[in-house]
Structure formats: structure tokens, C-alpha cells
Design a protein around this ligand. Structure first.
Ligand SMILES: Cc1ncc(COP(=O)(O)O)c(C=O)c1O
Length: 458
């Protein structure tokens, strides 16, 4: 690192932790503050630094969003330039970055995705997609995956399928229904690919028919279901889903809040299956997380509908915020000009190979999944029975659960990875700019910590 970071003295740091515990309600709080979560004071590329000067290798891109790495100059300079010109305009007024961003999204999504609604987050991008789908189709039901995450407001959480998120807030929004994940390692239908004939995709058709096609507005899917431990559908899945949606005039929404912008080795994940959705939701990496930004990009038939209808009763104070749009434009250009998807395809294979090696050497590693730089590792007590590696006591404190012990252990050694919402899965999504040395370093720490977890829990 060029600049030496200035650490925070112990007493001052302690007082920050005390104030955080007293004044902050943490998002997704699962354990009391203060805990091992670091106070971050800097970062560069795939590394970040805490207040004590400790350096961490980031294998989650903070929260699946700092995809170009920390301190990316292209995005920072664009935001600095814009802040001196116009940083905010009323949402219905125009500003130049918002027009250019919408046009750029239409260009880079290629094909038939032509018009964008801009917002501030993935949740907002998804909410907008649901409202657009309801108005466009005149139908109200939405079908999605059990196990997926689509955001934390009521509608996006109702589409999400994670019991621990949903249960505290029930009853949720009516009209949301779920189908099982395309989860080959633990097939919900108990069958095997390819003789299964992709029963999980056919189950969408069954569900649409049972609900009554005239009531179903949309199906929404995260192309790689990161929340559930990076579940990657078989190749036939999305083309079949596209056909089913076409057959019943149900809109297909792909939620690429994580998967978009090069993460899967293509600029957009749908390119992996030559399948274009009707609505595409984007956020996170769209602005390299420098300023919050979300986008809901729609096909020409939906865009034309709104051009004719002229009314869309939805929006946020910060829809099309000039700084966010400037960050978005710069980040999108950086992904393309630096050939990030091409790099991800190569380095993703290198990471996947390394993980396969770990799987071969470890009794507890049951499955490895990966596409580009989204990876999932599923841990088991026994590879034959596939019994998940969980605590014996289901009420064990969170810090004593195997996946948390593993991720805490990695953090202690300076590697950020993340356990999945449920099951015995670890997720990894490093910045898209990592190199082979970063992968080797991460795998060394990971393997050492897996050894420790096996000694303790197997
Ligand atoms: C697939 C997907 N959709 C939507 C969201 C919600 O995004 P945000 O947290 O920016 O609201 C997330 C967040 O992780 C996500 O992974």
C-alpha cells in the first residue's frame, strides 16, 4: 500500500465499540456488540484494514458489491467530479448522469432490455419490478424460490424464501408463492440430473396452472441463489423457465443484484444460458458500492406500455441521484474496459479448481459450487449420507455453530468469507479483480480453518 494507514489508539477504539453498542441497531444483528466485527479505516483492491492496522483479504467483496475492489479510482474520480457540478435534482427533473446511465444500461444489457427505472438498492429494484409486473400484466401473484433472498422490505421479503427472515414479520404480503430450488446436491424431488428431466423447472408450470395463469404476474429468480449457498441450476433450467413464462404470459424477472456486472464470468448472468428476462434487477456492484444505486431494466414491450400509459405511480426521493448515476456509469465502463468478465471466467476456474482440491482432501466438504466468482461450499458430517455439519445442540449460541466458527476463524487469520442464511454452507464472492496469489492465500487460510472445524465437530 502506498499510504501508511493511521491506526486508532486502543482507548479510543474501545470507546467507539462502546458507543456502537449503545447507539447503533445493527442490520441483521445476530449477536451482541461489541464482537469480533472490525472497525474499518481503509482498503485497497481486495484488501481492507481495521483500526488496529490488521489487514484482511476480502472474499465477499464486503457484501457482494465492492466488485472492483476498495478505493477504485475510476468510480471515485467520477463521483468527485459530479459532486462539484450537480449532486442532486428532484426525482422527476432530469440530470445528465441519470439519462446517460439509463442509455448505457440499455446498451450493455444488449437485446431487448431497453428502459430503466432507477432507485437506491436491490430491495428497491425488486419492489419496482413487482409493481411494474402487476401494472403491466393486470395480475398480482409472484412466484419465487424457497431459500432465495430478494430484499428486506415486506414485498421483497415475501418473495424471499428464508424462514428466519420471514417468520418474525408474518403475516407477510399476500400473493407470493414459492417453488423448490434447482438444488441438485439435495434435490427437493429426490431425483438425479439429467434423468430428472429438470423436474424443478417443470414444477413452475405446475404451480402456475394450480394458481391459475390469469392471476400470475411474474416469476422471480436469483440466477445463482447466493443466499442458499450459491445454488447453480442445471444448464437446461433457465431456457425451460423462459419457455414456461412465455407459454402463460408470465413475466420472467431475473434478480441480478449479486450476479450482474461480471460476477459470473459474463457481464450479466443470463448470458450464461442465452435467456433474456423481461425484467432485470440490478444493484450492488452497479456502482461498486461507492454510492447506493439500484436499477430495474425492462424489455421493450413493457417500456412501450409505460410510454403509452404515461403513468407510473412509484418512485423515491433519490431515484436517479446524480452521484449514484455518475458512480454507476464509471463502474459499468470499468467492468467493460478492464475486461472484468473475461478475467472472472479465468480466475473463477482457478478458484473452483482449488476448492475441488480442498473437497478431495477433506471429509467434511460435501459439495463445491461455483460460477465465475460466486462460490459455495457445503459441509457435511458424512459424504455418503450428506448429513449437514450442524451443531449437535440446535439451540447452541451462534458463535458455536460450525459455519460461524469457520468464518470467525478465517476472520481471525485475516480472511473474510460468509456463512449462508441456512444449512451448512459457506459463500465466497471475492472482488472481481483478484489474482492467483490472492486465491492461494485465501485457500491456505480456509484449509487450515476447515481442519480446525473438523477436529472440533466431526
Ligand atoms: C439477489 C438479491 N436481491 C436483492 C437484494 C437486496 O439488495 P439490497 O440489500 O441492496 O436492498 C440482495 C441483497 O443481498 C440480493 O442478494
Amino acid at each position: 500500500m502506498a499510504k501508511k494507514i493511521k491506526t486508532i489508539p486502543e482507548a479510543e477504539l474501545q470507546s467507539y465499540y462502546e458507543d456502537a453498542a449503545k447507539y447503533l441497531l445493527k442490520p441483521w444483528q445476530t449477536r451482541a456488540l461489541p464482537n469480533i466485527e472490525p472497525l474499518i479505516i481503509g482498503g485497497k483492491g481486495a484488501y481492507f484494514f481495521d483500526a488496529t492496522g490488521k489487514k484482511y483479504l476480502d472474499f465477499v467483496s464486503q457484501l457482494f458489491n465492492v466488485n472492483l475492489g476498495m478505493g477504485n479510482r475510476e468510480v471515485i474520480e467520477a463521483v468527485k467530479k459530479q459532486v462539484e457540478q450537480v449532486n442532486y435534482t428532484k426525482n422527476t427533473f432530469l440530470n445528465i448522469p441519470k439519462i446517460l446511465l439509463a442509455k448505457r444500461l440499455a446498451e450493455v444489457t444488449k437485446g431487448d432490455l431497453v428502459k430503466a427505472f432507477l432507485s437506491n438498492s436491490g430491495t428497491e429494484a425488486v419492489e419496482a419490478a413487482f409493481k411494474i409486473a402487476r401494472i403491466y400484466t393486470g395480475r398480482f401473484k409472484v412466484i419465487s424460490f424457497w431459500g432465495a433472498y430478494h430484499g428486506s422490505t415486506f414485498a421483497s421479503m415475501s418473495a424471499g424464501g428464508i424462514a428466519s427472515n420471514r417468520n418474525p414479520y408474518e403475516p407477510l404480503v399476500p400473493g407470493f408463492f414459492h417453488i423448490p430450488l434447482p438444488y441438485c446436491y439435495r434435490c427437493p424431488f429426490g431425483v438425479e440430473h439429467p434423468s430428472c428431466e429438470i423436474r424443478c423447472a417443470k414444477f413452475l408450470e405446475y404451480t402456475i396452472k394450480q394458481q391459475g395463469p390469469e392471476t400470475v404476474a411474474a416469476f422471480i429468480a436469483d440466477p445463482v441463489v447466493v443466499a442458499a449457498g450459491a445454488i447453480i441450476p442445471p444448464d437446461e433450467y433457465f431456457p425451460m423457465i423462459r419457455e414456461i413464462c412465455n407459454k402463460y404470459d408470465v413475466l420472467m424477472i431475473l434478480d441480478e443484484v449479486i450476479a450482474g456486472f461480471g460476477r459470473t464470468g459474463k457481464l450479466f448472468a443470463y448470458e450464461n444460458w442465452n435467456t433474456v428476462p423481461d425484467l432485470l434487477t440490478l444493484a450492488k456492484g452497479i456502482s461498486n458500492a461507492c454510492v447506493p444505486l439500484g436499477a430495474t431494466v425492462m424489455s421493450s414491450k413493457i417500456g412501450d406500455f409505460f410510454s403509452e400509459k404515461k403513468i407510473f405511480a412509484h418512485g423515491f426521493t433519490y431515484s436517479g441521484h446524480a452521484l449514484a448515476c455518475a458512480a454507476g456509469l464509471a463502474a459499468i465502463n470499468a467492468y467493460i474496459e478492464n475486461k472484468i468478465p473475461e478475467h472472472v471466467e479465468k480466475i473463477g476456474k482457478y478458484l473452483l479448481d482449488a476448492l475441488e482440491g480442498i473437497k478431495d482432501r477433506h471429509k467434511s466438504v460435501g459439495d463445491i459450487r461455483g460460477l465465475g466468482l460466486i462460490e459455495g461450499i457445503e459441509f457435511v458430517k458424512d459424504k455418503a449420507t450428506k448429513e449437514p455439519l450442524m451443531s449437535k445442540d440446535p439451540n447452541a449460541p451462534i458463535e458455536e455453530r460450525p459455519m460461524v466458527v469457520l468464518s470467525d476463524g478465517c476472520m481471525e487469520e485475516g480472511l473474510l468469507i460468509m456463512s449462508a442464511f441456512s444449512g451448512s454452507n459457506i459463500r465466497m464472492a471475492p472482488p472481481l479483480i483478484i489474482n492467483e496469489d490472492d486465491v492461494d492465500k485465501a485457500m491456505e487460510i480456509l484449509e487450515r480453518q476447515i481442519d480446525k472445524v473438523e477436529k472440533r465437530f466431526l
